[in-house]
Design a protein around this ligand. Structure first.
Ligand SMILES: [Zn+2]
Length: 213
């Protein structure tokens, strides 16, 4: 109880410190190494890239509730500068993200991560698309899925995640949505990353990648 009261007092002090007239706290980013233990569910021997080539990229972002948060992405080392630039831009324009956690927090399940509206990057898995099995660009840590509920992947008549069904109609722009000509797509385009929403037939609105795949 005592610590709860102390916490409330501290929270109240912080609320005063964060009065609207004050500028927003700055964007922050931090790059950390990755161990095999960090990737217990998302990596196995035989995957195209491993812990030595991956990094944990910690970034500040804004939630849908307007509150500042810290998130973490696992990405290929060579795309860290580009993604740090993108997230700095998204922070500046207060683009909302639901949560940003490595897919290992979801035991490597893409479905669970998407259902939680989680923004994530590296996952050693095959591409969802039909045809011969091949690695997803996520398996290289060079693709990222942004707000999957607001930006579902429409593939083979399915809406992935199913919670994204209200967002299949792309004509009405709502917070968190990637739209052609919009600021999210522009932030990625500025660093040369391409958007899966342009794929005809099976648009993947949540997906951005360095390779275009
Ligand atoms: Zn993706």
């Amino acid at each position: 109880m005592r610590s709860a009261l102390a916490f409330s007092a501290a929270a109240a002090a912080l609320a005063v410190a964060a009065a609207p007239s004050r500028p927003a706290p700055p964007f922050t980013t931090r790059v950390l190494h990755v161990t095999a233990a960090d990737l217990r569910y998302s990596y196995r021997p035989g995957c195209p890239v491993g812990p030595a080539e991956l990094r944990r990229l910690r970034i500040a972002y804004w939630g849908f509730d307007g509150r500042r948060r810290l998130g973490e992405l696992v990405v290929r080392d060579r795309v860290v500068p580009a993604l740090a630039t993108v997230f700095r831009r998204l922070y500046a324009i207060r683009f909302p993200l639901r949560r940003v956690e490595p897919v290992d927090r979801f035991h490597g399940s893409d479905d669970a991560s998407m259902a939680a509206d989680n923004t994530s990057a590296f996952n050693c898995r095959y591409a969802v698309a039909s045809g011969p099995k091949h690695w997803s660009v996520h398996a290289y840590g060079e693709a990222i899925d942004i707000d999957p509920v607001e930006n579902p992947y429409l593939e083979g008549g399915l809406v992935r995640p199913p919670a994204g069904r209200p967002f299949v109609d792309r004509s009405r722009a709502r917070p968190g949505m990637a739209v052609a000509g919009g600021r999210l797509v522009a932030a990625f385009a500025a660093v040369g990353w391409q958007w899966g929403g342009r794929w005809r037939g099976s648009p993947d609105y949540q997906h951005f990648s360095a390779t275009g795949g």
